[in-house]
Design a protein around this ligand. Structure first.
Ligand code: ADP
Ligand code: MG
Length: 357
């Protein structure tokens, strides 16, 4: 990592009995794009609010560009924030919204400079030509861009984004993701992006930080997190693995799919066998395959753009997902209510267990 521009050191935040942030320590480098992923209530928004200065931590310190800013007021931090509900001024135009902080903020700029910078930011987020529209005369996606332009116009060195794409449809979300990356690269600012979507986190972040009950349970590149989730919980939040309960003993995992040799396992509080959706194979029921086997009934498939998800119901309960990437060729089709045999290469499984070291 390049030199840390930003650092959280042992930050804890309580609301009554509830520990919203529990000893969070994090270094963020210059020009990094960090995605925060975690279930609802895991502390993502609280973390951004502490960084922005809207909340003071109970313990711990916040450093920004080498300065201790733990008790610095929000408006003196030079940190930009795009909220989930990006509150724009409804009676102002696009241009007036973007220029508002420049014209009326702590260090007001001359009108010509406000216009110049606003125009630059409006162009950057792809809204040139819409300057004079009211923000009630543009689409939700365009309003999101106005909110982003308004934040970027203040030239923050650190930009906090709290589920900014949540309100957009899937198509627009994909486009905004690419634009956010491009903007980040052009401006050389650091982005901290909270998302409830595992796909977004894996697609956006140079680094993904996974939060659970106020604690960082894993931090790494998208590939690291996907290839080696640190715990069954991380694997669960990634929403890319079938997770099977069972028992790990003497290097073998016993589950509903049979007993399978486990070459290596990761230590965890419970025994869990994880197989990536895209590692599953579907065979006719009559196949005689070695290794793990699950009899399952095909339920439905769902088209996701670059892949197809197939859902199977397993004998004895539970749904297993199988993903087919369209880049690998045309998908097989399966007959609803028909039984199949699901299997996988055991070397591709990720196994967690109490006996592992
Ligand atoms: P996330 O953004 O990951 O969904 P939050 O940071 O909003 O989670 O919330 C973390 C926990 O702190 C939740 O249990 C939430 O109910 C609680 N919480 C957040 N803000 C407050 C507050 N102002 N007062 C009391 N509890 C709060
Ligand atoms: Mg939140």
């Amino acid at each position: 990592m390049e030199t840390a521009v930003f650092r959280l050191d042992g930050v804890t935040k309580r609301y009554g009995d509830l520990l919203a942030l529990d000893q969070v320590t994090l270094d963020v480098g210059v020009n990094e794009y960090v995605s925060f992923l975690g279930p609802s209530g895991s502390g993502k928004t609280t973390l951004l609010r502490v960084i922005a200065g809207f909340e003071a931590p109970d313990t711990g310190r916040v450093f920004f560009e080498g300065r201790d800013i733990t008790h610095l007021p929000a408006h003196e931090r030079g940190i930009g924030f795009v909220f989930q509900n990006f509150a724009l001024f409804p009676h102002l135009t696009v241009r007036q919204n973007v220029g508002f902080g420049l014209a009326f903020g702590k260090n007001p700029l001359p009108a010509a400079e406000v216009d110049r910078r606003s125009a630059e930011m409006i162009a950057m987020v792809g809204l040139a030509g819409m300057e004079d529209r009211g923000v009630d005369q543009i689409s939700g996606g365009q309003r999101q861009r106005v909110a982003l332009a308004r934040t970027l116009a203040m030239q923050p060195k650190l930009v906090l984004l709290d589920e900014p794409l949540g309100a957009l449809d899937a198509n627009l979300r994909g486009r905004m993701r690419n634009e956010l990356r491009a903007i980040r690269e052009r401006l050389g600012v650091t982005f901290l992006h909270v998302t409830g979507s595992e796909n977004e986190a894996l697609a956006m972040g140079d680094r993904v930080v996974v939060l659970d009950r106020g604690r960082i349970i894993q931090s790494g590149t998208s590939d690291e997190i996907y290839d080696t989730p640190a715990s069954p919980d991380v694997a669960h939040y990634l929403n890319r693995f079938n997770l099977f309960d069972g028992t790990l003993a003497d290097g073998q995992f016993r589950g509903q799919f049979g007993t399978v040799a486990v070459p290596g396992a990761r230590r965890a509080a419970r025994d869990v066998y994880a197989v990536g959706y895209d590692r599953m194979r579907v065979l006719p029921l009559s196949s005689s395959a070695d290794g793990p086997k699950l009899k399952a009934t095909f339920v439905a498939s769902e088209y996701l753009g670059s892949s197809i998800m197939n859902f199977f119901e397993v004998d004895g309960g539970g749904v297993v997902e199988m993903e087919h990437h369209l880049s690998l060729g045309a998908p097989e089709t399966y007959a609803p209510k028909q039984d199949y045999l699901l299997t996988w290469n055991p070397e591709h499984a990720i196994v967690f267990g109490r006996e592992a070291r």
